[in-house]
Write a protein that binds this ligand. Sequence first.
Ligand code: ADP
Ligand code: MG
Ligand code: ZN
Length: 606
Amino acid sequence: MNPQSPGNKPLSYGIITLIIIFYMLNIFQMVQQSEEIPYSEFLQLLSDHRVEQVWIEDHKIKGQLGESDDKEIKGFSTNLVDPNLSKLLAEHGVKFQKKIENTFFRDIASWLIPFGLFFGFWFYMSKKLYSKSAGGGFMSIGKSKAKIFVQTDIQTTFDDVAGVDEAKEEILEVVNFLKDTEKYERLGGKLPKGILLVGPPGTGKTLLARATAGEAKVPFFSISGSEFVEMFVGVGAARVRDLFEQARAKAPCIIFIDELDSLGRSRMANPMGSNDEKEQTLNQLLAELDGFDSSSGIVLLAATNRPEILDPALLRSGRFDRQILVDRPDKKGRVDILKVHVKNVKIDPNFDLNSLAMLTTGFTGADLANLVNEAAIMATRRKAESVTTEDFTMALERIIAGAEKKNRILSLDERSIIAHHEMGHALMSSALCKAEKVHKVSIIPRGIGALGYTIQTPTEERFLMTKKELENKMSVLYGGRAAEEIIFNSISTGASDDIAKASNIAHSIVLNYGMDESLKNLSLEQPNQSFLGGPGQNPYNRATYSEHTARLIDDAVQSLTDDCYENAKNILNKNRALLEKSAKKLLQQETLVEAELAEFFNEIVT
Ligand code: ADP
Ligand code: MG
Ligand code: ZN
């Protein structure tokens, strides 16, 4: 992962070593030098005839004392004071000569050190810059050899992925295709080019992709979207080209692009100007997607937890047109996932996985894996033989305490509120909106912020809506909060999204559709005329109207919302027993589907 050309290091090391050697030599020379004495002492020695020989340098005299002397000082040096020393020396019969100071090493060093430092810094910086980029390292931008991660012998199988049976079933087709490409071709079958795994973080998307390769026993090219995004324009694009080239050589195989959103973010999402590099990379990917068809034996998988920000070009048909939802597991799914993960730990035989699954609503596969791991750590800490219920309870408490901040794992009280809230929506919808069927109600948290959800599916396609229908829609949206108020006599923040939506409808009724009695047939906001409505722009322009009209608008919106909320409360009050009964069942089962809801809906009175 850290490529660099092999020449760099030895060269810079060599320079440093040389510098050190020069310095050592210099120091060695100095050490050889002898005792430093004052000039006056030197003159004394001279007059005592003890000096045998001296070497005179530019600013120094170095000397040697006579052999006969058994004094400690043999060699000495002193600073030159009197430049006319030669006469004196000659008088005392001392051998003397001028010594040309050898500053060669010092000069070289003084020249080499800044040079060496500069080079060292340069190498360091260039290494930093390039190690993240092209595989070839320094000076070879655009070739990505080592970066593409291919695995040929993956041991992960579908048995390791639990609780996402629907996704597994869908992806089984890919496995069958890869196992026998020829058979598929003979029959004229074609696989969608790109399959996008969509789901919250930790639900096992990466795991599922690996397992697909493991099941089909084909090479697995995996790369994360963020790895394509580089500092230098063109590098990412080259990498995409390389990836497909290598994959073609190894077909049949799987190419897996993890975290596709970091690469394929909508180009329109950034109105402040585009990121050239990202755009080029994305364009290259789109081109490659168009350029190969599945008969080449390559299956392209990608994963994201934010499909909504992906560039529409990536999702159009012929590219990543098949989406597979990898959702948070339901209770049974959680039991299965726990079974996968407790395989590797010694578990107490009395332990009941079902009851643990009951307590872990909203946990993803990754959360559950973490839970089992924490419990095993707890058991190890108390030096137990096996992991027991007690360990799991403690681990769960720890995780929930940590996760509470993230607003994902809910207490029983909260879940009860959510169950009533969602049933409020469902009952109101069944009572008022005949054109929409409640498909599913769930208290398994989903996405960001949504703690539960009610899915309504229109029974027929609609192009027009009457005022009554719009109001009914608002009443359904208020059903959640109304249910909370009726049952708990207090309201919660859980309804914020509903209220925003209902207010929007009320605004539109008054401002755009001219449906309100007091402001009849007046359009007070004009839609923006820009093509397709560019992102980030206010889609409406405020028309000119007086303060008086503004006041009328506020009143009209308020009375609409009040009426709808009252309506919701009325209907739910009439069906209070039903609300409580159905919420209880929802709390128990976490999810209610159409058939299960029908028996409650039959009892509604309006
Ligand atoms: P994602 O890519 O969706 O964010 P991962 O595939 O990286 O999630 O999952 C992380 C870990 O969580 C996996 O390695 C596995 O141990 C565990 N895990 C997640 N989902 C499942 C699952 N459905 N079955 C078994 N284990 C799972
Ligand atoms: Mg992942
Ligand atoms: Zn709601």
